[in-house]
Design a protein around this ligand. Structure first.
Ligand SMILES: [Mn+2]
Length: 388
């Protein structure tokens, strides 16, 4: 028998049962492109089977990353329900327990590193968990979501009929974009997903992607260049009533409506790029002669949605583990980017007693810290990296 990802089938069976028994289903996704696409694929699969799930994306800058108290309060009205956490959840120990108490049965579909333990969810799909024998470990969450959709839809997905193979192709386009956006290794299973998805991108039938073809001179772009341009617009967007604008665009049925939204997104994107360029310059000047083993910078001025991009740029420039955060009145939320040979997640783990939340991947992770612990965190990290 072919090995499968641990609990994948179990998750699909549980979702099928929820559809059949008309249980409420809540899809809860991280707001980046991976989370957005993971949610959209499952939503479309579930709708195809006749059920209408509720949707929620937590707003990172306001609520923090992953499942949180405020979000639970909001979605509480749907309980009892099946709550599916996508591209987040594997670090939400407290919140998953709380959700259970509120009447949610929780499924986690995530690809982030397993921390000290696994949350008390009913079903956890994460190729990095113990006992997962599937050889490939580096799916983006959208790849896992696609696999669940395949199990849900069976013959309805690519079963030879035109409509169904179109749906499969459309899912693959989304998976390719989100896997690239999440910077997952482009090898083995991912390579296949990306190649399949990109191969038909220029003939996509999804209105929210068609509008990109009309707005860019795509004939002169390779499929990868086209994908990179689309990703740069969709990777981080703003929110409307707990939905991301990238979700709204990709789920739109009407092309004219999609074209209008794309115009707004392109404008916001160019403004964002300018802010990032200015902040990169500002911070670079400030730390140019700094001998610290790390870059640790942030303020209320750094937009929370730009901490990842800023950290990546500064990491590439100074070749040091880089921690960039946005502060509000009580706490700071940051992104970590480290040179290849350095594991930033281990560093956060070392200082975890100072942190509220942390998680991610060895080269790209994130954290939330109370402002009163910010300096202690900096010292803890410096001490950690000095010893390395
Ligand atoms: Mn992801």
């Amino acid at each position: 028998m072919k090995t499968e990802i641990k609990n994948l089938k179990k998750a699909a069976q549980r979702i099928k049962r929820a559809i059949k028994e008309k249980e409420n289903i809540v899809l809860y996704g991280d707001a980046d492109l991976d989370g957005t696409v993971s949610l959209l694929i499952l939503e479309e699969a579930i709708k195809n089977l006749g059920s209408e799930p509720f949707l929620y994306f937590p707003e990172r800058g306001v609520e923090g990353y992953g499942l949180n108290e405020g979000a639970l309060k909001f979605i509480g009205k749907y309980a009892p329900a099946l709550l599916i956490l996508l591209d987040c959840g594997i670090g939400n120990f407290k919140e998953v327990k709380k959700a259970k108490k509120m009447g949610f049965e929780v499924i986690i579909i995530d690809h982030h590193e397993i921390l000290k333990e696994i949350p008390a969810a009913a079903i956890v799909v994460d190729p990095k968990q113990k006992g997962d024998k599937y050889p490939f470990k580096f799916f983006a969450t959208c790849g896992l979501s696609f696999k669940v959709a395949e199990l849900l839809l069976g013959d309805k997905l690519g079963g030879g009929r035109v409509a169904s193979s179109q749906l499969k192709q459309s899912f693959l386009e989304l998976v390719a974009l989100a896997t690239l956006a999440d910077m997952m290794p482009q090898v083995e299973d991912n390579q296949i997903l990306i190649e399949k998805g990109l191969s038909h991108l220029s003939s996509t039938f999804r209105p929210g992607l068609q509008v990109f073809l009309k707005s860019f001179d795509y004939q002169n772009l390779s499929p990868r260049e086209l994908a990179a341009k689309i990703i740069s617009v969709l990777q981080i967007t703003e929110f409307k009533e707990h939905l991301t604008e990238s979700y709204l665009l990709l789920s739109m049925q009407d092309e004219r409506e999609a074209a209008r939204l794309l115009e707004v997104l392109l404008e916001k994107n160019s403004q964002r790029r300018q802010v990032i360029a200015e902040l990169t310059e500002e911070i670079s000047q400030k730390i140019a002669h700094d001998s610290s083993p790390i870059v640790f910078e942030g303020s209320t001025e750094v937009p929370h949605s730009s901490t990842g991009s800023l950290a990546s740029r500064l990491k590439n420039k100074f070749k040091k583990p880089t921690f960039i955060f946005n502060s509000n009145q009580t706490s700071s939320r940051g992104s970590v980017r480290t040179p290849k040979e350095v594991n930033g997640l281990k560093a956060l783990e070392h200082c975890h007693s100072l942190l509220e939340v942390y998680g991610g991947h060895p080269e790209a992770s994130g954290f939330t810290v109370k402002n009163e612990n910010l300096n202690k965190l900096k010292e803890c990290l410096i001490e950690y990296f000095k010893k390395l």
